[in-house]
Design a protein around this ligand. Structure first.
Ligand code: ZN
Length: 322
């Protein structure tokens, strides 16, 4: 088996309103808007990216702007919850910040970590989990609306809901190198890589449905990290041998990607850590203009006219400096 997949690279969801989405992830959650680009398969639509200051692997929450997609239908066969890691002692801060900004969190706990559960403007279930890994590499956004001490440190985990989990468990454990790390009711926890923050995948079995549909307010796919193209190629071979229908390597400009569906229906991607979001913009000005892979540049003028404008909140309006 190749070296293990270290953890989550990015999570991509579908928004019906890119501006509301930007306002929420930047002004409320304090993520940085790191890339304004297009969906390379539906190139008249946005693909927008949020993350830590650099959009480091393990921190990038991304969205396709697809307002004409069907209304939200979340359910089995999907990633149904996206969890972010925050320091344990920041949860009181987050609870009061969220309430002040008209987001009503509910409290719960999972595998002995305290959790705040919220919904984003499109209805996607999010969690802030008070459990960070001290050695997780992230780059704080020092001018952001949330102080470094309390800031989101990237992903904690994703939760998949499946009608039937057995074949997925087989793939995760026997082929993909995940380890079973815990059980709580119908929730089974798996870990990859070194375990802990951003390497956690929870699987919830829900045979009674409903079944999810690709729609606004749902997660489109989760991408796992590969160190580089060679590591990705090794995993591609393993997955093909295991009978998965894996795409060829696709050049996404910011990373290289392969895609396949796990047996429960969730779309998985494996994406390389590099080259990352600074391949076409300096770190300091990430997200400030429409970034297009060179082979889409001929469409720039048309896209500038047809894509709705996005206003990225400045820290002055989001309370930076307090
Ligand atoms: Zn992706």
């Amino acid at each position: 088996m190749p070296a293990s997949l270290p953890g989550i690279h990015h999570v991509t969801s579908i928004t019906g309103d890119v501006q509301k989405c930007v306002d929420f992830y930047v002004s409320v959650l304090g993520l940085r808007f790191v890339k304004k680009s297009i969906n390379q398969d539906v190139p008249d639509t946005y693909h927008i990216y949020f993350g830590d200051y650099a959009g480091s692997p393990g921190t990038a929450m991304t969205f396709f702007g697809w307002p004409s997609w069907p209304a939200r239908r979340a359910g089995s066969g999907q990633v149904t919850t996206v969890s972010f890691a925050v320091p344990r002692d920041s949860l009181d801060f987050w609870e009061s910040r969220l309430r002040k900004l008209d987001v009503q969190p509910t409290q719960t706990s999972r595998f002995s970590a305290d959790v705040l559960v919220i919904a984003d403007p499109d209805g996607i279930e999010l969690e802030l989990v008070g459990d960070v890994a001290p050695d997780f590499r992230w780059v704080p956004w020092l001018d952001g609306p949330v102080e470094r001490e309390q800031a989101i440190r990237g992903f904690h985990s994703v939760t998949m809901t499946l009608a039937e989990g057995a074949a997925t468990v087989d793939l995760l454990v026997k082929t993909m190198g995940f380890r079973k790390a815990g059980q709580e009711g119908r929730r089974t926890r798996f870990e990859t890589g070194q375990g802990g923050q951003h390497s956690i995948l929870d699987l919830v079995e829900s045979p009674e449905g409903p079944e999810g549909e690709e729609s606004v307010g749902t997660v489109h796919h989760v991408a796992w990290r590969a160190g580089d193209a060679a590591h990705q190629a090794e995993w591609r071979e393993v997955l093909v041998k295991a009978g998965r229908n894996v795409t060829p390597v696709i050049e996404r400009y910011y990373f290289k990607s392969i895609y396949f569906r796990e047996p429960g229906g969730v779309l998985f991607e494996i994406a390389t850590d590099g080259p990352g979001f600074t391949v076409d913009e300096p770190l300091e000005t990430l997200g400030s203009s429409l970034s297009l892979p060179p082979w889409f540049d001929v469409r720039r003028e048309t896209l500038d006219e047809t894509l709705p404008p996005i206003v990225v909140p400045t820290t002055a309006t989001t309370g930076a400096g307090h």
